[in-house]
Write a protein that binds this ligand. Structure first.
Ligand SMILES: Cc1cc2nc3c(=O)[nH]c(=O)nc-3n(C[C@H](O)[C@H](O)[C@H](O)COP(=O)(O)OP(=O)(O)OC[C@H]3O[C@@H](n4cnc5c(N)ncnc54)[C@H](O)[C@@H]3O)c2cc1C
Length: 569
């Protein structure tokens, strides 16, 4: 088995992984970045472009300060994040991250004016969102990591974290084509493997026209961290979006902001542009309202931009293509002219974190995830949020991991544990019977969509957990034909792990609550229960035999303030 040594191993070469690599190199560590995609330049969510960076720039106005940003963050996260951690890993590093991007040649400023283009989005208290052409952001960050001296290895799926004597010693992976095993020895490992996807039926794999999500996203990062003992919080929340029917892509928010309306099957307005500036509730309201319409049987929903005007529509199209390049082509091929036709929308329930989402692996102020030497960054970490959070948590984790590696010194890998992992990974190739990964993943998605999807109840969630626990035999008996199928089988096994954690969290939270672009609707407890739940997070652990959930109050003082405010409202 090939053995690769470094001070810091980064699992996942998306935005967070690349920034972490740059920072760890700057701190003097040797760094290996491993990604299951071969071409790291275009891997990850930002691989095909981004259009917005949510960040304060401290340019003078009161809405543009770190304090205002933290307050907005805190409100958006609905009391479910540790604000002491968020302040250090999500707020403080933003200026340095903006500087890093600009030094990589990412054009955050308007080339004509040399100024940042700042816009107010539906959910922000001021124009704290920089709009820019981020189509080449990911290649530039990858090049920066390489220039800093990081080694990148593509086409390798990491299947487990190795640990001994209470600390990280490395990881094991395999080539996604040949199945050949790779052993990584490192005293610090940063897991930056992105968010959980493919959990529900309307996942990228099921919908080949889903151009928004990456089909290779599973839930490996959550499973790797959970198996190493880390907890994950707020997994019960579904990330929810409205996409054009049959062609998942972004842009709905931009079109609503430009003056579009979301209407139901009867033509009644479900949501439109806020009439008051800073109407923060609007951003929260769209998804909650859309979900209510669908649950009440008043779907399908349509986007009506007929009143927007051609010039404004052209303006929106000029920048949505930075991160949704195929949207104009989809409209064209479908014969849809937004100034004339309604666009049917589909309610998409996924599991991503969104801006200020509280969900993810619980991290401390250095992005440490419980086990010494284990760090988590990017979409996977709470409190990361979108591009900004991937940058900032990568920034913090990279430096902290380098410091840890310096103090920890050389590691020794446990040869028995390596042999056991080798045996586990080769067993499916020798099996003649057992389900395929496709059959297994389909069962998982059907179960999750039916019982842990948009509408949940205690009975349904118990049923889901019983099914998922019953699937354990299948998970341990998948049969595969080659190295590539091994990667898919491992992803399905990790989805199974994640699904149990998500269902358990959803069962524990016996109330309904909507936050920013995310919701948890319990048909048996349809209203929010502030007294029991406001500011109370679920934290799930999984010891390999099953999930366990605990409630946790991250910031008692903050929670009291929220309760007082809710009581006075
Ligand atoms: C189409 C699109 C447009 C977006 N536009 C914006 C925007 O304009 N503004 C904004 O703020 N946010 C935007 N976002 C969100 C933002 O891009 C993401 O939050 C951010 O890029 C996440 O980075 P990450 O490094 O945490 O994860 P990812 O980019 O998901 O990277 C994770 C990497 O880990 C690798 N990986 C996973 N598992 C393994 C494994 N087991 N072994 C090895 N490698 C593994 C994956 O291949 C992947 O490359 C957009 C997202 C999408 C999908």
């Amino acid at each position: 088995m090939e053995r690769i040594e470094s001070d810091v191993l980064v699992v996942g070469g998306g935005v967070a992984g690349c920034v972490a690599a740059v920072r760890a190199r700057e701190a003097g560590a040797s760094v290996v970045v491993v990604d299951k995609t071969r071409d790291l330049c275009r891997t990850g969510d930002a691989g095909h472009g981004v259009a917005f960076l949510t960040a304060y720039l401290d340019s003078g106005p009161s809405w543009d300060t770190p304090e205002a940003f933290a307050e907005w963050y805190c409100n958006s996260a609905d009391g479910l994040v540790d604000m002491e951690v968020a302040a250090e890993v999500a707020v403080a590093p933003l200026p340095a991250c903006v500087e890093l991007l600009e030094s990589c040649g990412v054009g955050l400023r308007d080339p004509q004016t040399g100024e940042h283009v700042r816009v107010q989005r539906m959910w922000t208290p001021g124009p704290i969102v920089a709009r820019f052409d981020g189509s080449d952001l990911k290649p530039r960050l990858t090049e920066r990591a390489l220039a800093a001296g990081a080694t990148t290895i593509g086409g390798v799926h990491v299947s487990s974290i190795m640990a001994a004597s209470g600390g990280v010693t490395g990881a094991v992976g395999f080539d996604i084509r040949s199945g050949e095993h790779r052993v990584f020895a490192a005293p610090a490992v940063i897991v930056a493997a992105g968010n959980a996807e493919r959990v529900m039926y309307n996942s990228p794999r099921r919908d080949p026209f889903n151009t928004y999500h990456r089909p290779y996203h599973g839930a490996t990062g959550f499973a790797l961290a959970a198996r190493a003992g880390s907890g994950a919080t707020s997994l019960e929340f579904l990330g929810s979006f409205l996409f054009p029917r049959g062609f998942a892509t972004g842009a709905m928010g931009n079109l609503l902001e430009a003056g579009g309306r979301l209407v139901n099957a009867h033509g009644e307005t479900v949501a439109d542009r806020p009439t008051r500036p800073n109407e923060r509730e609007f951003g929260f309201g769209v998804v909650a309202q859309a979900a209510r319409e669908v649950l009440a049987g008043r779907g399908p929903l349509f986007l009506d931009c007929t009143g927007v005007g051609r010039a404004e529509l052209d303006n929106v199209m000029s920048y949505v293509t930075f991160d949704a390049p195929l949207f104009p082509e989809f409209l064209d091929q479908s014969g849809i002219d937004l100034s004339r036709d309604l666009l049917e929308m589909e309610f998409f329930t996924g599991t991503w974190s969104a801006t200020c989402s509280p969900k993810g692996v619980v991290v401390d102020r250095r992005c440490g995830a419980g086990l010494p030497g284990l760090f988590v960054a990017g979409d996977l970490a709470t409190p990361a949020y979108a591009l900004a959070g991937a940058l900032t948590t990568g920034y913090v984790a990279g430096h902290a991991a380098a410091e840890h590696a310096r103090d920890a010194g050389r590691v020794t890998l446990d040869t028995d544990a390596l042999a056991a992992e080798h045996e586990r990974l080769t067993a499916p190739l020798r099996r003649r019977n057992g389900p395929t990964w496709q059959e297994f993943e389909r069962e998982l998605q059907d179960t999750m969509t039916r019982y842990v999807g948009l509408s949940r109840s205690a009975d349904g969630l118990r049923q889901a957990l019983a099914c998922l626990i019953g699937f354990a035999d299948a998970a341990g008996n998948l049969r595969i034909a080659n190295g590539h199928e091994l990667a898919r089988a491992e992803e399905a096994i990790d989805l199974h792990f994640f699904d149990q954690m998500m269902a358990a969290a959803a069962l524990e939270r016996d109330e309904s609550r909507f936050g920013f672009l995310m919701g948890h609707y319990r048909s048996d407890c349809p209203v929010p229960d502030d007294a029991r739940w406001k500011g109370v997070a679920t934290i799930v652990h999984h010891d390999g035999t099953g999930p366990s959930v605990a409630r946790h109050v991250f910031n008692p003082t903050w929670r009291d303030e929220q309760l007082a405010a809710a009581g006075g409202a």
